[in-house]
Design a protein around this ligand. Structure first.
Ligand code: CP
Ligand code: NVA
Length: 306
């Protein structure tokens, strides 16, 4: 089994299914009265260079449910790569804690943490990807659709970290994936090529479009995310002018299947990439999706740290 959880590109379909199945097992156990303390006495460092609600709280609570403890370290505390080099932080933390969850700007910082730490490292979002999010998302799709067989997952918006993780996971698991982005905001060709290789093995079909209506036609799942990710704030105005045709509103959703579910990793900029009517409407699974971060990550923690 994997030592770290850094990128879906490094995991086999079997390993991804092992995470999802462990998450389902622990969610059922938790609903039936609570989890066994399989991480009793263990500590997970929560290293954040960016803000967070879901990732911070779900990892902290997840550790608590499994009998362990989360230790929050804010952007100001460690100065990852500034006050102290990333390899040194990795080696120092390895002397104190049993696992490191990190949210960084540069993905290379996560890779370096994993290289130099002797304890497992979990990627809690980097500019490249957001693999824990993808695990919570596929758990949510499984719960709402009953299976991943024949599911058409369509992402509308920016070809960002969340979009890349969804594409890689879909490609590995044989789920058909479509993305509609504005021109200039596509997922990079090198990552598309990687995903195409995974898809060739799994049988998934990947489509890369610019037309949001064409993209969502026949979709079982519509997924969107903010137009401006953390770290891109200087581009906010430019993006606000380009992205409105990609808004997930009732009109766009009407082109998908009648039983389509609408997903968003959150936080949402309501009125921009998603309207209130959709976010709070009958197709929305936004809050069960957010809740599933807890269960998906308990699966990851159990597999890496128990
Ligand atoms: N979706 C997600 O990762 O949310 P936070 O940024 O609040 O952790
Ligand atoms: N793409 C967003 C996701 C936030 C969870 C960002 O990186 O800001």
């Amino acid at each position: 089994m994997m030592k770290n959880f850094v990128s879906l590109t490094e995991l086999s379909a079997d390993e991804i299914w092992t995470v999802l199945n462990k998450a389902i097992e622990l969610k059922t156990e938790w609903k039936n009265g609570g989890n066994k303390p399989i991480l009793k006495g263990k500590v997970l460092a929560l290293v954040f260079q960016k803000p967070s609600l879901r990732t911070r709280v779900s990892f902290d609570v997840g550790m608590l449910h499994l009998g362990g403890h989360g230790l929050y370290l804010s952007p100001n505390e460690i100065g990852l790569g500034g006050r102290e080099s990333v390899p040194d932080v990795a080696r120092v933390l390895s002397g104190y804690v049993d696992g490191i969850m990190a949210r960084t700007f540069s993905h290379d910082h996560i890779v370096q943490l994993a290289e130099y730490a002797s304890v497992p490292v979990i990627n809690g979002l980097s500019d490249f990807n957001h693999p824990c999010q993808a695990m919570g998302d596929f758990l949510t799709i499984l719960e709402h659709k009953g299976s991943l067989d024949g599911v058409n997952l369509t992402y509308v918006g920016d070809g960002n970290n969340v979009a890349r993780s969804l594409m890689f996971t879909a490609a590995k698991l044989g789920v058909d994936f479509t993305i509609a982005t504005p021109e200039g905001y596509e997922i990079e060709p090198e990552y598309v090529a990687m995903a195409q290789q995974f898809a060739a093995e799994s049988g998934a079909t990947l489509r890369f479009l610019h037309d949001p209506i064409k993209a969502v036609t026949g979709a079982d799942v519509i997924y969107t995310d903010v137009w401006t990710s953390m770290g891109q704030e200087a581009e906010t105005q430019k993006r606000l002018a380009i992205f409105p045709p990609y808004q997930v509103n009732e009109k766009l959703v009407s082109h998908a299947k009648d039983d389509v579910i609408v997903m968003h990793c959150l936080p949402a900029h309501r009125g921009e990439e998603i309207t209130d009517a959709v976010a709070d409407g009958p197709h929305s699974v936004l809050f069960p999706q957010a809740a599933n971060r807890l269960h998906a990550q308990k699966g990851i923690l159990a597999l890496l740290m128990a």
